[in-house]
Design a protein around this ligand. Structure first.
Ligand code: PPS
Length: 393
């Protein structure tokens, strides 16, 4: 008995012609259906278990065209740029203020990394982005220049929710550490922006860098400067807590605070103390920038009323008031306000564990001496800025 041929093989002379045509037709139909299914997947309609949560664009997976269509125009443009730029991610940030300051969601790898989900998104964004202008890299028009441990990361993360703000995630440290690399290098660190969008960065050490005011002014006299300030005593303890987390064997806060404890002489050369002399650090900035070009954000109010502080910041930057109370919720576990939907992921987002560390208990008497020490500097700072931050009340 002759063996029967494999499916799709040449018809034997005994096989009727109509049957062979029918089999070919079936084969073609199958491949057509397969292609349709692949297309269907590309349109992100068959992501198992990762469908978007109602009303939360991009939740679970990055937003597809259908979700994008439901977003405001500014958010759509921003989202497309982010998707496009994710392809080129992988370049590490140039540095930060000492902490492993978490990358914002917009720059962090998407869940699944370079897995199937991301390639699907890239295929879509590539097609869609081609239809739109991709934007260009600009030098920042606004910079958060300080202060270290003031709440600078929280402010930047909150601002990034705004569709007209684009910011570099890591701290560039251009005006203090990398100025020799030139403005082209600096610009290249920035994300692409479209017309009407603001480019921003934050490097808290600029506020205490002697050369920074002149350098920023040389880049552009119109640069808007934001300083997040916090009670200098709490700020010093926060600064110390950060160092302690990396070097647990350092001396106590109390012993580092004084040059001579029995004489009550504060060691102003210790950077944790030095940075809190805000009035002193502000002077050189005011020689290069008018006061109206600087905004002082209360680090305390950024925690107690983030929407209120963000309203001031949006007004200062000439942005539409888009970030409001609706964007925040108070996370009891974290003990801080968090975003209901972070930029880039659409998921609830609190800052990482390097923000909001528990501070060590400091002797009451030392706290009193520090408050006495800072009081005149604080008063001068309130006068200079026209705002009483309430640290001495
Ligand atoms: N929403 C929210 N979530 C978490 N943390 C918040 C928030 N808002 C302000 N802060 C305070 O930010 C402090 C860290 O400040 P910076 O981000 O400027 O620090 S750094 O200079 O960039 O290292 C950090 O200081 P510590 O509490 O001492 O860790 C926080 O108190």
């Amino acid at each position: 008995m002759a063996p029967s041929g494999p499916a799709g093989a040449q018809p034997s002379p005994a096989e009727p012609l109509s049957r062979s045509i029918f089999r070919k037709f079936l084969l073609m139909l199958c491949s057509l259906l397969t292609s349709l299914y692949v297309f269907y997947c590309l349109a992100e309609r068959c992501q198992p278990g990762s469908g978007p949560v109602a009303g939360v664009p991009g939740r679970g997976v990055p937003a597809g065209p259908r979700e994008l269509a439901a977003w405001p125009a500014g958010a759509q443009r921003k989202r497309l740029l982010q998707l496009r730029q994710r392809r080129r991610r992988g370049r590490p940030g140039p540095g930060d203020s000492g902490d492993q300051d978490e990358q914002s969601p917009g720059l962090a790898a998407a869940p699944g990394g370079s897995g199937a989900g991301s390639s699907v998104v890239e295929a879509q964004s590539g097609t869609l982005a081609l239809l739109l202008d991709e934007g260009s890299k600009q030098l920042p028009q606004a910079i958060i220049i300080g202060v270290k441990k003031g709440g600078t990361r929280a402010l930047l993360e909150f601002l990034r929710v705004h569709p007209d703000v684009r910011a570099v995630g890591a701290e560039p440290h251009f005006f203090d550490r990398s100025y020799h690399k030139g403005l082209a290098w600096y610009r290249d660190l920035m994300p692409k922006t479209l017309e009407g969008q603001i480019t921003m960065e934050k490097t808290p050490s600029y506020f205490v860098t002697r050369e920074a005011p002149a350098r920023i002014s040389a880049m552009s006299k119109d640069t808007k400067l934001i300083v997040v300030v916090r009670d200098p005593v709490t700020r010093a303890i926060s600064d110390y807590t950060q160092t302690l987390s990396k070097r647990p064997d350092i001396p106590s806060f109390e012993s580092l605070t004084f040059r001579n404890r029995s004489a009550g002489l504060i060691d102003t050369s210790w950077s944790a103390i030095q940075i809190g002399l805000y009035a002193k650090h502000l002077e050189p900035w005011l020689r290069h920038f008018p006061l109206g070009q600087m905004l002082f954000v209360s680090g305390e109010r950024l925690v107690s009323d983030p929407a209120g502080e963000l309203r001031r910041v949006q007004d200062f930057l000439g942005l539409k008031r888009i970030i409001t109370d609706k964007h925040f919720y108070f996370n009891q576990t974290k003990g801080f306000p968090c975003l209901k939907k972070a930029e880039g992921s659409g998921k609830p987002h609190c800052l990482g564990k390097t923000k909001g560390r528990a501070h060590p208990a400091i002797a009451r008497e030392v706290l009193r001496q520090l408050r006495d020490f800072y009081r005149p500097f604080n008063r001068k700072f309130y006068q200079m800025t026209g705002r009483d931050f309430g640290w001495d009340g």
